[in-house]
Every structure is written in C-alpha cells, then in structure tokens.
Design a binder for this molecule. Sequence first.
Ligand code: GLY
Ligand code: MN
Ligand code: MN
Length: 436
Amino acid sequence: MRVTEFARRRDQLMAQLGKGAAVFRSAPLAVMHNDVEYNFRQDSDFFYLTGFDETDAVAVLAPHHDEHRFVLFVQPKDPDKETWTGYRVGVDAAKEQFGADVVYSIDELDEKLPQYLTKADRIFYRLGRDRAFNDKMLQLWQRFMAMYPRRGVGPTAIADPAPLLHAMRQIKSDHELEQMRIAAKIAAEAHNRAMAFAKPGRYEYEVQAEIEHTFRLNGASGPAYPSIVASGPNACILHYTENTRKMHDHDLLLIDAGCAYGYYNSDITRTFPINGKFTPEQKALYEIVLEAQLKAIAQVQPGNPYSQIHDAAVEVIVDGLMDLGLLKGSKEEIIKEQHYKPFYMHRTGHWLGLDVHDVGVYQHDETPHTLEPGQITTVEPGIYIKPDFKPAEGQPNVPEQWIGIGIRIEDDVLVTSNGYENLTEAVPKAIADLER
Ligand code: GLY
Ligand code: MN
Ligand code: MN
C-alpha cells in the first residue's frame, strides 16, 4: 500500500514536469557536537516521494527516459560501517522495496546522473542545505549549457519543484490522515496527562518530562518541535523552551507541545490555571482567546479564503480588549493600524503535516489561498502582556494587574468536504473543564 502511494505521488509530480527532470537530495546528518549526530530525519520532500529514509541518497524523476523514470542512488552495503551506524538498505534491496526502476550506489552518481538529465529542457532542483550538492548540480547544468550549441538539446534552466510538489503535499491522502490522527491523539493524551500532573511547586521541566514520556510511550518518535512549557510570564515568550521555572500558585501554564508520529506532526497549545482557579484577569483574557479560537475554527470551510481565519480571530480579540479598556478608539482604526499587535503579534495558524510549519502557499500574489478538503491548518490565537509591555502609539498603558499574562489555544483542524474536523478536540479548553 505504501509503495503504491509513493508511486502515485511520483506519477502525479512527473505528469507536471513537462520535458523537465527532477533531482532530490536526502537530508544531511545534523551534528549535535563534535562527532555525535542527531537522530537522522529524512528531508520531507524526499520522504514524500520515496519513503526512503537514509542519508546520502539522491532520487531522480526522469519522465522522458526510455527505461528509468524513477532512479535512486543510495549508500552501498558496508558491513564494517553498518556495525557502527546501523543497517543500510543497500542497492539491491532498495530496487525492490522502494519501487525504483534502477538503483545505483551513491558512489556512481557523477557517472550515471547526467544520462537522466541530458534530454530534459529543465532540471527541477531546489537549492538546499547541502551546499556541496548544490554546487554539483550547478556545475552539471553549466556543462549541459556549454554543450547546448552543438547539441540543440538539454536543460537551459534550473527550476524549483516546490510550487508543484508543495501544492500536492498540502492535500493529505487517507494514509497521511491516519498518521496525522495518531500524532494528534498521542499529543492530546500527553496534554491531558500534563494537566493532571501540573501543580504549584513543580518545575516546568517536570511537566515537559510527563509530556515527552507520553509521546515515546505511545510510539511517537518524539516531540515535533522543542516542547514549550511556559508558566506565569514565560507564557509571553512565544517560543520559550528553557522550561526551568518553578510554577507558583495563581500562575497560568501555557503548554505548546506536539509529537512526530512516523513523519507526521501534531501541534497543540493549552493554557490553564495551575491551581485550578483562574484569577478574574486571567479569566477575562482567556474568554477572549477562546472565543477568538472558536470563531476562527468556524471559518475553516472549503472555499473560504485562508486569511478569514486570522481576520475572525483578530476581530474578537480587538472587541474583547476594547471591552476591557485595554484598547481604545475606533475598532476599524485599531485593526487597520494593527494597534492590537503588542497583544497579538503572530498569525492565527499555519499548515501542518510532514513539517510542523508545513509547506504550501497562504496567498497567490494578493489573493488569499482558498481552503480545500484535505488541508490541515493549526488555529492558534493568543493574547500576551509581557512584563515590559509597550502599548501601540496612542493606546493606553496597561494596568499592573494584567501584566505577565500569556494565553494561547491551538488545535489542528482538517478541512473536510463540508466543513472541518478538529483533530485535537480531545484536550479540554472550556473554562468549566479547566477549573477544579
Ligand atoms: N509550536 C510552534 C507553533 O505553534 O507554531
Ligand atoms: Mn504550537
Ligand atoms: Mn502551531
């Protein structure tokens, strides 16, 4: 099933390449320190098209080649090296397991690659993190250009495959949805456990441990991004990851944590009172963020412009802050001049999938992207009043009792054919469910 799904993706991409051929490079190993590396994680585009998850590989899609439309270059078997770093699939098994028309050792790349590009009119290749490989592709292209006058054929351009490929990645298949649902479910369980576990006197990292323990225990490969466990004023730092503070009575705790299951990610935020009771100010702001999130989620409908999600959240937040006297003046003016930005400085969501901030456009020139079934977006409005809060020009100073409150609520929402499905609704967010 999986092999055919990868083949279907390759066919779908190849049908859009015209007379071009595409080259994809695997992810490099990332260094942790000295000669110790992080666990390998394949490049998402490479994985999406091949399912192959080793480093130092190259995939070629050559729709016009007579025999070989899908070519893989992989690390050859090497028992001595495999003793240290783990088994490699190797050339022979890769052909069968990954459905390539031909597989070569990566050592043969310079010799074998040109034949697959020589009649293409373009090379689809995305300049990536592997600078040496970028150079190799540019030099190869230069050689083709030098030969062009005598041959009258060959690639005259390098083109980015991303607009084609990333539009495909934006729409999740049934198999991808299965993975996403599992990632969502595991993260939901982790949040529920964290809520039960958090109490005044514990440290943020203890809650982090509870969350990440739940991830691994349920088969997730780990956090989808560094877990944010932010108590009290730390919640006003959007990507706070130190997680070192001792939590106090009357603090809110903002947890933004999701897991990677297979290659797919979840991304959930909840904010709740550690002692089980909101203060009046915390509750007033929480109600605004929750209403903003619910109204924004309601905009997740096929055919709606993506920007409508953010616009709906901003409108509720501005109304709410005006009611509390924290913003003053004309609502239209506040929105147009973005005077709410000191409280709410980020967008309301992002695509989610193989990458946490997944690929795909949000806008086509000036026109917002239109939601389609199979897309998954986060919906994550917030309000943050940090200790050194500065209001926008002409706006009032914020009284002391509001300072240090940070709130965000985030769910992962799938666009369906007739509306939406909230993949992460198993984590409570209603005030009645958070108070005890
Ligand atoms: N956790 C990163 C984000 O919510 O975008
Ligand atoms: Mn998040
Ligand atoms: Mn997010």
